[in-house]
Design a binder for this molecule. Sequence first.
Ligand SMILES: Nc1ncnc2c1ncn2[C@@H]1O[C@H](COP(=O)(O)OP(=O)(O)OP(=O)(O)O)[C@@H](O)[C@H]1O
Ligand SMILES: [Mg+2]
Length: 255
Amino acid sequence: MKKIISVKDISLDYKERDIFKKMKGSNKSIGIENISFDVEEGNIFSIIGLNGSGKTSTLKCILGLMKPDKGEIEVFGKKGLRGKDFEKVGYLPEISYYPKSMKLIDLMRYYGELYNIPKNKLDKKIDIILTKLDLISRKKDRLEKFSKGMLQKVGIAQAILNDPKLLFLDEPMSGLDPLAREMVIEIILELKSKGTTIFFNTHILEDVANIADKVAIINKGKLVEVLDMKKIELKQDNFLLKDYFIKTMIELRTN
Ligand SMILES: Nc1ncnc2c1ncn2[C@@H]1O[C@H](COP(=O)(O)OP(=O)(O)OP(=O)(O)O)[C@@H](O)[C@H]1O
Ligand SMILES: [Mg+2]
């Protein structure tokens, strides 16, 4: 299978990014340490780990939003994403900030322009996506009227607007109700069926167990292991990711 993402031995120390900490000679502030893994085309790859374990830092390094202190990252077979590559990529940040006075439709059109989606196709595309996420009736509302979960769905809508070849979701289910969660799972699986590679960070182990092909467990910035869910299912009928994860975390804490 073709590799879409290759992460080789990357480390990120936040101290190096903080001039005051550097001047004071503070201790290291490890984001991630010596992380390596590959993501294959068309796969759903998930990172799980406790709060502060390095999930968001890893994702930001792959996207090029943060530069690791060492190591190498290839995306689409090239060193780092740039320029037109971003038209093929979707990204839901952990926390999204939108201009509150903007109407949903205007925000979506703005993203459409960033992705270079042809104008004659854009409005139809927006309607399809907003319908899928049950936001269509709020299309002309200003974002200041949106609830937390509704804003999260807006984030998902913008992330998938360009039919990405590669989709990054940082805790996509955060704040979503059970129905919305189902909608997002359906959207992820539909994208996968069209060949999209999906990379997502989450705390919802049930979703990971249901849809991920590979699962990376990280702890305190280090990669613990990468599980191939298909191989595990074949070996053990009753494998429960949740139990395995909790057991692993307890072992790591007591070691
Ligand atoms: N801007 C920052 N400045 C300094 N340290 C940071 C910064 N962002 C993250 N860190 C540190 O890097 C480590 C990894 O954080 P990261 O946000 O990647 O974790 P996470 O796994 O995404 O956590 P969560 O589940 O809470 O989202 C933590 O120790 C955190 O304190
Ligand atoms: Mg995070």
